[in-house]
Write a protein that binds this ligand. Structure first.
Ligand code: ZN
Length: 91
């Protein structure tokens, strides 16, 4: 009953299902990003982070407005500082 393991219980981890959905969306949109995605997923680094308040929610660096517009249009962009795939989360 109580054998459910908590995998990486740090605060803002994306759950597995959401991660799958994001990977699928990314590879559908940017198949050329697969090697980078694999690298990020293989490392301890997180692969995806939502844009939060105009900043990368992984490293808190401000994102250029033009790139935020791209993200708002539904595109994945890479953080210039920590290279995570950023997406705009309307929530
Ligand atoms: Zn970042």
């Amino acid at each position: 009953m109580s054998s459910v393991k908590q995998i990486g219980s740090s605060d803002v981890l994306i759950d597995t299902h959401q991660l799958e959905v994001l990977c699928e969306r990314l590879l559908h949109q940017q198949p050329q990003s697969q090697p980078l995605l694999k690298r990020l997923l293989a490392g301890s680094h997180r692969a995806f982070a939502p844009v939060h308040d105009g900043r990368c929610s992984a490293c808190n660096v401000t994102i250029a407005t033009a790139r935020i517009q791209q993200a708002k249009a539904g595109e994945f962009i890479n953080c210039a500082n920590c290279i995570v795939f950023l997406y705009y989360d309307p929530l």
